[in-house]
Write a protein that binds this ligand. Sequence first.
Ligand code: SF4
Length: 309
Amino acid sequence: MIMPETDEPSFNEFVNLNKACNQRCLFCSAEENILAQSMKEVNAVIKRAGGRLTIGGWEPTLHPRLAEIVAKAGKAGAENITLFTNAVLLDDPAYVRRLVSAGVNTFHVNFPSHEEGLSDFLTRSPGSFRRRLAGIRNIFGAPGRKHVSLVFVINSFNYRTMPEYAGFVAANFPSVIHVLFTALCIMGKAEKDHSLVPRYGKIRPYLASAQAVLLRRRIKCLIENVPLCLMPGYEHASFDARQAFASGAPAGAPGKSQHEQCGGCSLKAACSGLRDDYFRVYGSRELKPSSRRPDDIARTIKLLKAARL
Ligand code: SF4
């Protein structure tokens, strides 16, 4: 099996398997935004996927034919198959073994809190925290080569806990390939309740501290949806900037834009700007043109990547 050149999430070829979930997350952005694809569409994606395929949906482990679909993708040439999951159903070790032997190599686990009460509150699913922990342990315990990455969706209830979360991950799951902190998109439930969305200025010190904890413990940290000027000193963790420096092309992503402050910013070429949905709610007042040298950040990213961080 060939492992990816980069273990950073790939959204190139993505299939959405279903429109059902076994959690009711307060911050869910799937609602009204993710539709299940028909088997015909799934087969078409598998056919053109090449080496990498990502499988999502609301919760793809609920799909009765998941293992079969994974195996089919493997036969069609997908050597790196990533599964987006909340890991609740992976508390069944036999199911995990089946998925790994069918060909899932990376489990991208939505892990919204390391605190049982907060996790069960955020997911509105009592008991899901313990099942998710068991699921992650089952993935690590299953025979075969596979990775686990963890996703923390930053919201008003959990952002202050990020440094402790990082410590928990380092103590309990030091072999994760990365932790992705992603600022909540104002879609789905957050679109109806903006109080779920903390301002980037507020999350900044906690995010800085969390990434420092992970870096000290030699765990890769990625940050998504935060403009570079709002993560000063740890721009190297920006998912968009890492992609931009790796490709040499200017950063840019659908649904993100630069604003008037960006004109005089030294990091303009490496930054995708602010999410448009965030701008519509909070405006762009928090942006401050950076004077950091892009070369310094590119060098740091190169060193970190060489160390698999
Ligand atoms: S000022 Fe604009 S270009 Fe510069 S880092 Fe902030 S959002 Fe990005």
